[in-house]
Design a protein. Structure first.
Length: 175
């Protein structure tokens, strides 16, 4: 039996393009999975986050955190990133990943390198507690030399008496 279809009766297509890099959002874990070691010996926590507020509300961001690997550097990066997530959620750890669900946190998003199909996905560059003020991008002070004046400094809201700090070196996972 034939069933007629009218495009006007269907919802419009969803936008699956990545959220621009360095966008700050409020996220909450909505799904999680713990993987067994794969053939390379790597095991991951896979977390799926939902954006809770703002223009990107409802968008989904997925990220993986290596918790076991024969490559100690990869394991340390994964555990460090997972620790940042836990601390941003106000947790010292968990027994099961479901304990991470439903708690808000702030995050600054990045972009992964294109995969083999040319698709680009968001990743989580930095996490912060939900109550922490968003970071702001402000021009460097006007007393800077010409070479320095083109730099942009990212800082959180703080008293004006706090001296500016030099930008931190890139983390291995940000290269």
């Amino acid at each position: 039996m034939e069933q007629p279809f009218n495009c006007n009766d269907a919802p419009p297509p969803e936008d699956f393009s990545p959220i621009p890099a360095n966008t700050e959002v409020v996220l909450s874990v909505i799904e999680s999975e713990t993987t067994e070691p794969n053939t390379n010996g790597n095991a991951f926590y896979r977390l799926k986050f939902e954006v809770l507020e703002g223009e990107h509300k409802g968008r989904i961001i997925s990220d993986s955190y290596t918790y076991r690997s024969p490559n100690q550097k990869a394991q340390n990066i994964g555990l460090r990133k997972l620790r940042n997530v836990c601390e941003s959620l106000g947790m010292a750890g968990f027994r099961t990943t479901s304990e991470l669900h439903g708690k808000p946190m702030r995050a600054k998003l990045g972009l992964d390198k294109p995969n083999n199909n040319g698709d680009v996905y968001n990743n989580i560059k930095k996490t912060m507690p939900y109550g922490q003020a968003p970071t702001q991008t402000t021009p460097a002070p006007s007393t800077a030399t010409t070479a320095e004046s083109s730099q942009v400094v990212t800082q959180t809201a703080a008293p004006e008496s706090t001296p500016a700090q030099a930008p931190a070196a890139k983390k291995p996972w940000e290269m």
